[in-house]
Design a protein around this ligand. Sequence first.
Ligand SMILES: Nc1nc2c(ncn2[C@@H]2O[C@H](COP(=O)(O)OP(=O)(O)OP(=O)(O)O)[C@@H](O)[C@H]2O)c(=O)[nH]1
Length: 298
Amino acid sequence: MLDHIHALLSSQSALRVGLLCALILLVIGVIDQLTGNEIALALFYLIPVAIAAWYLSRRVAFLMALAAAIVWLLVDHTSGQSYSHPAIAFWNALVRLSFFALTVYLMSIIRQLLETQTALAQMDSLTGLHNARSFGQASASVFDIARRHGHSSALGYIDIDGFKGVNDSFGHSAGDEILKAVGCALTKRLRVSDLGARLGGDEFAILLPETSMLGARSFFKDLHAALLDLAESNNWPIGFSVGVAVFPFPPLNSDEAVRLADDLMYKVKRSERNSVLFSEFDVEAKNTVKTGPSISQL
Ligand SMILES: Nc1nc2c(ncn2[C@@H]2O[C@H](COP(=O)(O)OP(=O)(O)OP(=O)(O)O)[C@@H](O)[C@H]2O)c(=O)[nH]1
């Protein structure tokens, strides 16, 4: 139930959430006014404040806290609540405002921490690319959209050749430098809608939505050349074996897509290495390679 509400609120615009908070506050104020002083509704004033703190900016949430304190003060005043001194009503309003403001502050800090932790959990710490788990989730939704619109996508699987040798000869930190530089080279070439990941060790994946064989060839050939330039300019004794699976109709399962691209990459490893192998898969026809010049090399 709470998950449902959270998903619903997350999908709404800030304006809608703000209007909803204002409406909830108004309804609570009216109910508080009608029920009088005997029934405590204090907790309910927190609802619009908490929603604003979680789904809107901190500034808007503080405004909502102020609005909640004012509505409560007005209800107090109009419902005939009497105090031994008129200033007490304002003192109480100030205490409530402080309580609401503290709630906003703490909730926005928790939200920020959660967002940071979520981003870190999805990221490969060395390269800043997606990690394997996050890539699996993100690519599944890319394939979902591609399937809905009948668009082609291309998935490239990149493995560094001779990487173990670099680690063994120059040390683990030299290997890390290479992984970072490769990650950086990939990131530079990705569009906002593309996905790049380090799947583990010296293995990377790139998913290009809305990309046919023609586009995939152009992208991965350029990328391979750029990676070789990078290695050459740094005197790194490495190469790059790349398998690129193009899906005119995307697969139902993103693991399956990765496996197909991985298989192509291994074909390159087993043959001349340090090149790119392309293949087009018609997943609806049980992963058979389509007719035409579907398998090709650089
Ligand atoms: N520096 C560094 N090395 C890593 C990291 N993760 C895995 N490795 C190492 O990467 C190497 C990958 O092994 P392989 O793929 O067999 O190495 P390779 O020499 O490229 O082998 P081929 O792919 O057959 O060319 C192993 O030695 C791992 O220990 C990392 O985060 N940093």
